[in-house]
Design a protein around this ligand. Structure first.
Ligand code: GLA
Length: 387
């Protein structure tokens, strides 16, 4: 199947880790619908690692943990589907999952059949305990084929956490997304590291196979399984609301999957509003789905990228990762319209809107300079107008 847009959804791992159960999943499904996440486009509800018993049954099948999921997985699937949402699950290409539960190496066919019988719509496929003697790209192809053999449309989300350069083979081996980096933590250094490592690796990010920069931490506020407290070198590494803004703007603009990791039953209003911002989401989900391209790089850590949208508008992301100094609190980054397909002297310019705030920044000819505060992102939408 063709995955026409980057997947959007919610996943258990960032906040809950192994502490998952039926109640959490059903309540989250309700929240996705009642709080407007589904309407905004978040459709996959994904159960990550730690959902199964430690042993397969006598027929070699994976068995849901009887305490966590007393009614089994088909029950969960039916509930999720009854809400108009889609159901995602997790396995691993190696002998065990990253958390040590049974995984799919050598069991691909039976596991794919089991998942299909449970009517899942998405499979995250990890890379823990993978044998050195086997080939990763081949193992992903084997599961891609096993899923196809079931006849059910299942999004296949590769997760090697950046190991073995999945960007070079995931598309050809049938994966719909591939995790390009190590696990995210809810810390500024973590999200910035991930983002900077992928900025120039987005050219192939379009239909069928998306660069997955890991789940969002927006709204976690330092709570949960990947709280990032281990990474806080000092308080300034903890995520502030403005860091969540920059994370969300960047993930959305670059066309990465938007998978929420916070507990949306308890998330604060500001972060909820951010995650539900339709204007930002519209750029991520643009129907033409064109990858971004670089316009400029300033002093190594400030960047301007553009993306051509279906209706001829351009989206522009300006990033400034330079830390604040007493004399430098922001940088003015240039956007020459020549680089956006409008030559000077043609008689056209752009009307510019700040996508996050909705502020109209006026009509400009030839170029625009955008001020970006230290360690922040600005996302603009530019509409062609006659001048
Ligand atoms: C790996 C993945 C994470 C998560 C855990 C589960 O670390 O990268 O996203 O799935 O495994 O154990």
């Amino acid at each position: 199947m063709i995955l026409k847009k980057p997947p959007m959804g919610w996943n258990t791992w960032n906040t809950f880790g192994k502490n998952i159960d039926e109640k959490l999943i059903l309540e989250t499904a309700d929240t996705m619908v009642e709080m407007g996440y589904k309407d905004a486009g978040y459709e996959y509800l994904i159960i990550d690692d730690c959902w199964s018993e430690m042993k397969r049954d006598e027929n070699g099948r994976l068995v849901p943990d009887k305490k966590k999921f007393p009614h089994g997985m088909k029950y969960i699937a039916d509930y999720i589907h009854s809400k108009g949402l889609k159901f995602g699950m997790y396995s691993d290409a190696g002998f065990y999952t990253c958390a040590g539960y049974p995984a799919s190496f050598g069991h691909e066919i039976i596991d794919a059949q089991t998942f299909a019988e449970w009517e899942i719509d998405y499979l995250k496929y990890d890379y823990g305990f993978f044998p050195n003697s086997a080939k990763g790209d081949n193992a992903y192809l084997v599961m891609a084929q096993a899923l196809r053999m079931t006849g059910r449309d299942i999004i296949f989300a590769a997760c090697t956490a950046g190991v073995d350069n999945p960007g070079e083979w995931a598309r050809s081996r049938g994966c719909h997304t591939y995790r390009s980096t190590d696990d995210i933590r809810d810390a500024k250094s973590s999200y910035v590291e991930i983002l900077e490592s992928q900025l120039d690796r987005m050219e192939n990010n379009t239909f069928d196979c998306y660069n997955d920069m890991d789940m969002l931490t927006v709204g976690m506020n330092g709570i949960g399984n990947v709280s990032g407290k281990d990474r806080y070198r000092n308080a300034s590494d903890a995520m502030k609301y403005e860091d969540y803004e920059s994370q969300f703007l960047a993930w959305a603009f670059l066309g990465a999957p938007l998978i929420i990791g916070a507990d949306i039953r308890k998330i604060d209003e500001k972060c909820k509003k951010l995650l539900l911002n339709r204007d930002i989401i519209a750029i991520n989900q643009d129907a033409e789905n064109r990858p971004p391209f670089r316009i400029e790089k300033y002093y190594e850590r400030a960047h301007v990228f553009a993306r051509l949208l279906e209706n001829g508008d351009m989206a522009v992301l300006a990033l400034n990762f330079h830390p604040e100094t007493p004399t430098q609190k922001s940088l003015k980054l240039k956007i020459p319209f020549d680089d956006l397909g409008i030559r000077t002297g043609f008689g056209y310019g752009f009307e510019i809107t700040n996508v996050l705030t909705g502020e109209n920044l006026g009509i400009h000819e030839a170029g625009y300079g955008v001020a970006v505060k230290s360690e922040r992102a600005v996302l603009l939408r530019l509409k062609i107008v006659k001048c």
